[in-house]
Design a protein around this ligand. Structure first.
Ligand code: CMP
Length: 140
């Protein structure tokens, strides 16, 4: 069994609409176990650091402004093939092309306000987990 850990966020558009429970339920029903979770209101600087790989993209300012506009739930998810499973249940980045039944198809408002984030590789997951959590905060 390929037991993995990945990083996920429930973004400000979703916390604003009181969707934390509904999205968490979908993650758990997809077979993922939440082994760390906290609610943060990240600063613009924290958002810029987290999304540093997108620094040269035209949407960087909108993205970091949005991510610092309200509370976010940062989480560590554990499960068999957790990376692939998380991305599958979240759906495509753009809700317009996300598959039916996915979190983004159901809840996302736009490509920017797309309700959730999931790591795209094991290396990214390790970096993103370490950005928000001390190892003592992760309890499997
Ligand atoms: P996320 O998975 O958090 O990773 C980077 C984010 O950038 C992505 O989700 C989107 O919310 C955002 N993003 C990607 N492309 C665009 C775009 N064209 N316009 C605005 N935001 C974007």
């Amino acid at each position: 069994m390929n037991l993995e850990r990945t990083f996920s966020m429930i973004k400000p558009d979703a916390t604003r609409r009181n969707l934390t429970g509904a999205i968490t339920k979908m993650l758990e029903e997809a077979g993922l176990r939440i082994v760390a979770s906290k609610r943060v209101w990240m600063s613009r600087r924290e958002a810029e650091g987290f999304y540093i790989v997108h620094k040269s993209r035209p949407f960087f300012s909108d993205l970091t402004g949005f991510m610092s506009s309200g509370p976010t739930i940062v989480q560590v998810l554990e499960g068999k093939n957790a990376l692939a499973r998380t991305r599958e249940i979240m759906g495509a980045t753009d809700p317009a092309v996300a598959a039916y039944g996915t979190i983004r198809k159901i809840f996302a408002l736009s490509i920017g306000e797309n309700s959730v984030h999931g790591s795209d590789s094991p290396e990214t997951a390790a970096t993103e987990i370490a950005y928000w959590f001390a190892s003592t905060e992760i309890v499997g």
